[in-house]
Design a protein around this ligand. Structure first.
Ligand code: PMP
Ligand code: GLU
Length: 393
């Protein structure tokens, strides 16, 4: 008898980023000297004041269910963050706390997308977006960008990608996997297009907001086009900026009808995120912020090293990222020299021959590239470069 699984799941792959990181961990546990450039998480420990807040929450008995959408204290802290960092005002009922920005995005797609709806996604994109769209029954529509255009889509491209079936546009700046940032002029162009297409809403994934280099300013679509605020959901979280990936706290803020629908999804699936992690996230957002620039300075130093070193290798070209902690080198020429038919085989070869773990570009919509995470220490970056040089020279 055929044991059928849902067609929705059949259209999806497991997360490539998590899969490569899991393989790297497994090989390392088996005693191999793996250089891991795959993990999309800071290598720093969570700052001590944040850990202390969690321990205090346990001692204070904050160990029960909270409101589905987050404690009043954390929602107030998130409203404070938006006011402090973005000069935006949100009421508590416009904010939802989830188990990571990942769940916030998932809830959003479940809340907004019907079967057959289209979601426009600029490529390269975070590998989870298309499959989250498919799990909601929707169709991803990709908006390809190239290294030559600095991976920044144009307003004309967006206009052409929108159809009567388009329900949502997903923006992500700074970007995973390439670190590109949307400039104010890019967002102004998108706003003009969106005004002409009132049926399209936007999910703005701002999870890397605080990780930026060279003083490049951050802005999102709501800041640039406040008239669109009833159509834009902002998604953010504490995982990346505060080295809190394991705590699982993300949040969304925006139109109340979307937040209310996301609350229904969350109340019928996971309920509230961890009460203890919520207390820790309050401390992250409200207390001393000095750990953030310290970590960003370390990421910037590593970026400077890795991008220069990659560009010196034969057959590799890499754009300098403005933010996040990834770069996305074009390895097409290196692949051909080594007779690798695709970036998937190239990444497999790096793992098998060099014990160097990277994520292939294809799951990010970027064939012939690899994604490199530089959220790791300098010796790990230097050793990876030395192994790559031996292979390619
Ligand atoms: N968006 C992007 C672009 C990401 O890279 C990540 C990292 N996993 C997330 C969202 C989700 O982060 P988290 O669930 O840890 O908050
Ligand atoms: N965002 C990270 C990455 O891209 C974490 C893994 C994930 O959630 O996919 O590697």
């Amino acid at each position: 008898m055929e044991r059928a699984l849902s067609k929705r799941v059949g259209r999806c792959e497991p997360s490539a980023t998590l899969a490569v990181s899991a393989t790297a961990r497994r090989l390392r546990a088996a005693g191999q000297e793996i250089i891991d450039w795959s993990a999309g998480e800071p290598d720093f420990d969570t700052p001590e004041n944040i850990c202390d807040a969690a321990i205090q929450a346990i001692r204070d008995g904050q160990t029960r269910y909270t409101s589905v959408g987050g404690t009043p204290a954390l929602r107030a802290a998130i409203a404070h963050k938006f006011h402090r960092d973005n000069k935006l005002h949100f009421e508590a009922d416009q904010i939802l706390v989830s188990a990571g920005a990942k769940q916030a995005l998932y809830n959003c797609l479940q809340a907004v997308i019907d079967p057959g709806d289209e979601v426009v996604i600029p490529a390269p994109y975070w590998a989870s977006y298309p499959d989250m769209v498919r799990l909601a029954g929707g169709e991803p529509v990709f908006l390809p960008t190239t290294l030559k255009q600095n991976f920044r889509p144009t307003a004309e491209q967006l206009d052409q990608a929108i159809s009567p079936r388009t329900k949502l546009l997903i923006l992500n700046s700074p970007s995973n996997p390439c670190g590109a940032m949307l400039h104010r002029e890019d967002l102004e162009g998108f706003a003009r297009v969106l005004r002409a297409h009132p049926h399209v809403r936007v999910a703005s994934d701002d999870i890397y907001e605080l990780i930026r280099f060279d003083g490049v300013p951050f802005c999102n679509l709501v800041q640039v086009a406040p008239d669109l605020s009833d159509r834009v959901l902002l998604i953010n979280g504490v995982s990346k900026a505060y080295a809190m990936t394991g705590w699982r706290i993300g949040y969304a803020a925006g139109p109340k009808d979307i937040i209310d629908a996301m609350l229904i999804v969350q109340s019928q699936s996971t309920s509230n995120p961890s009460s203890i992690a919520q207390a820790a996230a309050c401390a992250a957002l409200l207390e001393d912020q000095s750990s953030v620039p310290d970590m960003v300075a370390a990421f910037e130093q590593r970026r400077n090293y890795i991008v220069a070193a990659l560009n010196e290798l034969p057959g590799i070209t890499c754009l300098k990222p403005d933010g996040a902690f990834y770069c996305l080198p074009d390895v097409g020429e290196a692949m051909r020299r080594l007779e690798c038919p695709s970036d998937i085989e190239f990444a497999t070869l790096l793992l098998d021959q060099l014990r160097l773990a990277v994520v292939p570009g294809l799951p990010f919509g970027s064939a012939e590239h690899i994604r490199v995470s530089f959220a790791t220490d300098m010796p790990t970056l230097e050793e990876g470069i030395s192994r790559l040089r031996d292979l390619l020279d």
